[in-house]
Structure formats: C-alpha cells, structure tokens
Design a protein around this ligand. Structure first.
Ligand code: C2E
Ligand code: CA
Ligand code: CA
Length: 695
C-alpha cells in the first residue's frame, strides 16, 4: 500500500511544481494536450497489438484482417476514452490529493477509498512480476480478495497460452517506461471461468518513489463476444450460417496462396439449385428457406471439415475444396453431393427434391487470382445449365469459346425457323404387353448448315431463353398434327387410332392464346382430340400452380390429353399430382436405368402405384434392354418408349411401320423395322388394306 501512496503522491508533487509557473488551468490544458497526443500514439500501438491479438497469431486473410482492424479501431477509440477517463480520473485524484494533502496528511485511508472507486483493477507488480497490491475491485471483477494473490506471480492468474505474450509486454513496459503498452489476456476468475481482460502496463520502476510496474485491467469479455459476433455476421449468411461471398473470396485467395506453396490442388464448386423459384412460388418462402437450410446441411456433409461451404445468395452455393485430391476430388465430391441431394426431404408437409447444377473450376499454375477462379467456375456453371437440369461441368479454357459458340447459336436460332432449318422425328410409343405402336412422341431436330443435326438439348433451353420457342413450338405442333393425320390414314377403320405426343415448353404453356391455337389446329386437322397428347414437365406446372391448373383444365376441355413428362426428376413428386388433371404419367428414364440397382424396382413399383391411385396411364421412358422391358411389364407398367423398340424415326419410316402393323398385326412392325420397310412392302400393304376395305 505504501508504494501506491508513493505513486499518487509523486504525481501530485510533479503537478503542483509545474503548475506554479503557468497557472493551474494553463498547465492542465498544456499537459492534457501532450498526454492526448501521446495517448493517440499509444492508441495506434494498441491497434497493432490488439490487431495481431485478434487474429490470434494466425493469418486470417486480408478481409477478416480488415474487419478486425475496423473493429479494433472502434475498440481502441473506446480504449482511448477509457484511458483518457482514467487519466482524468487520475487527474482528479491528483487534484483531490493536492487539495487534501494538507488536511489528510497523506492518509492511507483516504487513498484507499479513492482507489476503491476505480472500475478497473489496478495491480502493482515488482520488477519480477510479483503482485504487491491489487485494488478491491478485483473482488467484483474476478471474485478474489485483494490479498489472495499478494506475493504470487501475475502469470499464475493467466491462461497458460497467454503467459509468454504477457511477459513480453511486461518486458517492453520495463524497457520503455515512457510507453503504455497494452494487451488482452485470458484471466481465470474465482469460479474457474476464463474472462478476457484488457491490461495496460506502465513501468514506474524508474520513479524512485514508486519503484513498481502499474497495471490497469478491465474485463472485456462481453465486448470480445460482441466483436466476434459482428465478425461472424459480416462474413456469414444469416439464413444458413454458411460463409458468405466475402468470406469465400477471402478463403479462396488464402487457399490458392497456400496451394502454390504446398503443391496442393484447390477446386471451387458452384452449386445452383434448378428451378428453385418454383419451390418458393408453389410452397411459399418459408418452405423455400427451409429447403435452402437443408441443402446447406447436406453440402456440409459432403465435404471435409477444412473445406469451406458458402452461400452466395439466393439458391447459389459454393464449395471450396482446399486439397482437391482422392476423396476430395471435385468429381468425387460432386457425385457424393448428388447422392445426398437426390433424397427427398419433407418440408411443410411436402416431399421436396433439390436438383442442382454444378460448375467446377480447378486452380492450376495459370490461374491468376481468386477472382479468376470464381469466374471460371461461373463459366462452367453456365455451360452446365445449358446442358439441362442436374448437370455438371468442369471448366477448361475452351469453355470461353464454347460460351461464345452458344451465343452465336442463340442468334442463329432466331433465323432458323424462317429458314426452315428444323426437322421432326417421331419415336414410337408401345404397349408393353403386345408391343403394338399406340402413338409417337414428336421430337424436333435442328439441321444446322455447318454443324449438322443439333440435338434439342442444345437448343431448346436457348430457344426458351430467347423466346424463339414460340414460333418454333408453333411449327412443331403443326408438323406433328399433320403427321398424325398421315399416320392415322395408314390404319384400318375400327383400329384404335394412334396418337401424337407434343412437348410443350414453359414459355409456350404460359403463352396467352395457346389453348385457342391448339383448338383451331385440332379442329382443322379433323383428328379426334384425344389422339393429341400434350407433354408438360413439373417445373412448368409448379411455376404458378393455380394458373397452371386453370390452363390445364382449359386444354382438357378441348378433349386433348395431358402427360406429365420426366416424372421423378422435379422437386415435388406427390404433393400436386392429385390436383393436376393429368392422363398419363411418364416415368423418367433414370428410374428405368435404376432398375438394375437394389432399390430400383421398389422405386418404380411405388411410382406405378401412384399412377394407379390417381388413375393415370403409366409410360416408362428410356427402355434400352429386354430385361428392363420384362421387369416393367411384370411390375404392371402399361406403355413404354426407348431404343429397345425404336429410335426417333423420320415421318415416312413411322408411316410405313404403322401400315405394316395395321396389316400384319401388333409386333410385325418390329420385323419390318429390322428389315427396313421397302417401298414395295409399303405398296403391298396399301393394296391389301384397300382390298380389305372394298371387300
Ligand atoms: P424428352 O421429352 O424426355 O424426350 C425423350 C428423349 O429421350 C429424346 O431425346 C429421345 O431421343 C430420348 N430417348 C428415347 N429413347 C431413349 C432410350 O432408350 N435411351 C436414352 N438414353 N434416351 C432415349 P431428344 O430427342 O434428344 O430430346 C431431348 C429433349 O428435348 C426431350 O426430352 C424434350 O424435353 C426436348 N424436346 C424435344 N423436342 C421438343 C419439342 O418439340 N419441343 C420442346 N419444347 N421440347 C422438345
Ligand atoms: Ca417428352
Ligand atoms: Ca421425358
């Protein structure tokens, strides 16, 4: 205690000595200014010290560093105020001491009561770091009696990991008595909890009357927690808790720098949910959010703990693979991810799927910076999306050219309709029991002048996004209905007429006047309306369910039939099936191909049962092998389509097959297809039909 008295007394004496020249106020302002300047410099020192403490000695990346420093600036501002407060507190102490020195005659009791008012813990150390004295506030802050640690080393109170840093500061303070050095340490309170305390060291060893190091300590645990929370919020997505774009970019930069040094391979995967908007529209934003959170969990499950999963906004996610080899190679992770995303989740009473497109970019020696890697992954995503749903693409430099290509294709597509560059193919749909052709699906092709026959998967999405699908779709419908008229002409009276199935895209489905157009077309062709089947996908229907149902009902009122295409690949399998006025359920080829797996037959069986429940005919797509045909037949599927029966064919080929079927019976067309239908055979068939009709 006598040392503390010495400290304050020494100041008091100094103050009054200087004050005698300049007058009290003048002196105070002058030294106050000097002190503030000194404090500002000290504050900067504290920025550096606390800044490096905040990062815990680890490199946290430029941005985290910046946010950290910004926060520390705030903190230091507060600290400066605190120190200034402390200083002014000290000054008022001095004044008080001065005023009362005479009457109290340096009474220890008086000082003790003044010090007790301090909100910080003041600790007096000897030159070895032994505690000589602590103010009573130690009891309020740490729960100890001031005497508890008297005679103990300061370090005993600190977290083992912080001791050497504290000792270093202690040495610095002793080496530069003119400086206030500060740091943050974990200090154990009497309950055994670790508090984060900010401590300012000041050596007064050189002052003969003091001969000690003075520490000013305050509890900043709550403030640190708040800082940590602020950093978290600035760098994380509030919905999923994943890293946000800012943090991802930082991590990518860091990973790339590290990879260059350690010869590792960094890969960035962008994951974008297909048609997520439809989920929001159909089930509400609450369900959409729930699905996003669920997807984020599955993404985290698919990667290693050291990898970063981020949400870039909306339905776009990113996965940074820090060391993309073996188990963590992008294609391995992607297939694991696809498996995980394939499983439906129950959200707000609906079974939802989350099909996603994946764009991958791997950093190599030529990849410049994080921005470039992100851009490359974006290009890969663009290409993946262009391939259709649930596709994956890995960036390679040619992709830039591919992207340019697609843009060229899009502009060429606009003129292709008026130039008559499209052609139709018709793929037979068969009765699985008898193999009779019951109808055909109309599939469009683009006869490109330089590229040859372009597949619809390459230009339908383009036509959709550019609006060309409207004139193109109109042409397809006209062609298909005209072909239907020709096909039905090959049939015998009394024979059940074959049908034509036409794919409708989302844009067409929503086009005002579409229902009227179909009505006119069917009427003018004179075909029975039920022999025209319109194929829709779930995605189209889920965009705006109530409107979709209304449009479907208007179509049904014309007498045409409706089929749901690619069943099982969309978001919701069950929820809305009941509400849609459908006739046919087309089971996606992925189910058919899965028949060979263990759970495949079960899956198909439940889809078929679903069809039964809603009184829908079922048609399996993509049948390529006799075993698939046999299994589907055994499981009770009615119709089928696939290369096993026939590829998409030219109109005259189908016409011939139908006439052979009419003449020779259900599966005779198969032989004819294998042998090739010769014009003679065709003519013979016609003659026979005519004779039969006459006879
Ligand atoms: P989709 O409606 O699912 O048509 C079936 C696709 O499966 C066709 O591809 C067909 O050739 C193919 N396929 C048939 N049997 C098998 C098989 O056994 N195995 C396999 N792996 N595939 C088989 P295509 O003709 O390339 O058409 C692709 C997609 O393009 C169609 O898928 C459809 O969504 C779209 N599309 C085709 N024509 C039109 C059209 O006129 N309008 C619209 N909006 N979309 C069309
Ligand atoms: Ca189709
Ligand atoms: Ca299909």
């Amino acid at each position: 205690m006598s040392t503390l008295v010495g400290v304050i007394a020494a100041r008091a004496v100094k103050g009054s000595a200087a004050g005698s020249d300049n007058g009290r106020m003048g002196h105070r302002t002058a030294t106050g200014h000097a002190r503030r300047t000194a404090l500002a410099i000290l504050g900067l020192a504290a920025v550096v010290v606390s800044g490096s403490m905040l990062s815990g000695g680890e490199y946290v990346g430029p941005l985290v560093g910046m946010v950290g420093i910004a926060l520390v600036l705030v903190v230091v501002g507060r600290q400066l105020i605190a120190i200034l407060e402390g200083e002014s507190h000290a000054r008022s102490l001095e004044a008080e001491v001065q005023a009362r020195t005479a009457e109290l005659q340096k009474s220890e009791v008086r000082f003790r009561s003044l010090v007790q008012a301090s909100s910080d813990v003041i600790t007096i150390l000897d030159e070895d770091g032994m505690i000589l004295f602590q103010t009573p506030s130690v009891e309020r802050i740490l729960g100890y009696e001031p005497v508890d640690f008297q005679g103990h080393a300061l370090w005993e109170l600190l977290h083992a990991d912080d001791v050497s840093a504290a000792q270093e500061l202690f040495r610095q303070a002793i080496a530069s008595p003119e400086l206030l050095v500060s740091g943050e340490f974990r200090v154990r309170n009497s309950a055994g909890e670790w508090l984060v305390c900010e401590t300012v060291f000041r050596s007064m060893l050189h002052e003969p009357s003091v001969g000690a190091v003075v520490l000013n300590t305050r509890d900043v645990t709550e403030r640190k927690a708040l800082e940590a929370q602020l950093i978290r919020e600035a760098l994380h997505d509030p919905l999923t808790g994943l890293a946000n774009r800012v943090l991802l970019r930082d991590r990518v930069a860091l990973a790339m720098a590290r990879a260059r040094r350690d010869q590792r391979r960094v890969a960035l995967m962008l994951v974008d949910l297909d048609d997520f908007k439809a989920v929001n529209d159909a089930f509400g934003h609450g369900a959409g959010d729930e699905l996003l959170v669920n997807v984020s969990r599955r993404l985290v499950q698919a990667v290693r703990p050291g990898d970063t999963v981020a949400r870039l906004g909306g339905d776009e996610f990113a996965v940074l693979l820090d060391d993309a080899r073996g188990d963590a190679a992008p294609d391995v992770v992607a297939s694991r991810l696809r498996e995980l995303l394939k499983m439906p989740v129950l959200i707000a009473g609906h079974e939802l799927f989350a099909p996603a497109s994946i764009g991958v970019a791997v950093a190599d020696g030529s990849t410049g910076d994080a921005e470039e890697l992100l851009r490359n992954a974006d290009v890969a995503m663009y290409i993946a999306k262009g391939k259709g749903k649930s596709q994956m693409a890995t960036f390679h430099p040619d992709m830039h050219a591919e992207m340019r290509d697609r843009l060229t294709l899009a502009s060429e597509l606009r003129f292709a309709v008026s130039r008559g560059e499209f052609a139709m193919r018709y793929q037979p749909l068969v009765d699985l029991k008898t193999q009779r052709i019951i109808g055909v699906e109309a599939l469009v092709r683009w006869r490109h002048r330089t590229r040859g026959l372009v597949a619809p998967s390459e230009f339908i999405p383009l036509a959709e996004s550019t609006g060309t699908i409207i004139p193109l779709g109109r042409w397809v419908m006209e062609e298909a209905v005209a072909a239907l008229v020709e096909f039905q002409r090959q049939q015998l009276p009394g024979e059940r007429p074959v049908s034509v199935t036409i794919n409708l895209s989302g844009r067409q489905f929503q086009e005002p006047g579409m229902v009227d157009e179909i009505a006119t077309l069917v009427h003018d062709a004179g075909v029975e309306p039920w022999t025209v089947v319109l194929e829709l996908t779930e995605t189209i229907l889920m965009d705006d369910i109530d409107n979709a149902i209304e449009t479907m009902q208007a179509m049904k009122a014309l007498g045409v039939r409706l089929a749901l295409d690619d069943f099982g690949t969309g978001y919701s399998s069950l929820s809305y099936l009941r509400r849609f006025p459908l006739d046919i359920l087309k089971i996606d080829k992925s189910f058919v191909h899965a028949l060979a797996t263990q759970e495949g037959p079960g899956l198909v069986r439940s889809v078929l049962r679903l069809g039964d429940t809603f009184r829908l005919a079922t048609l399996a797509e993509g049948i390529e092998m006799p075993e698939q045909h046999a299994m589907l037949k055994a499981l009770g599927c009615t119709y089928g389509q696939g290369f096993l029966f026939a590829h998409p064919l030219k109109q005259y080929e189908v016409r011939n097959l139908i006439s052979v079927q009419a003449r020779e019976g259900s599966d005779a067309w198969k032989r004819a297809l294998a042998e090739g239908v010769t014009p003679e055979r065709q003519r013979a068939a016609r003659r026979e039909i005519a004779a039969r009709l006459l006879g």
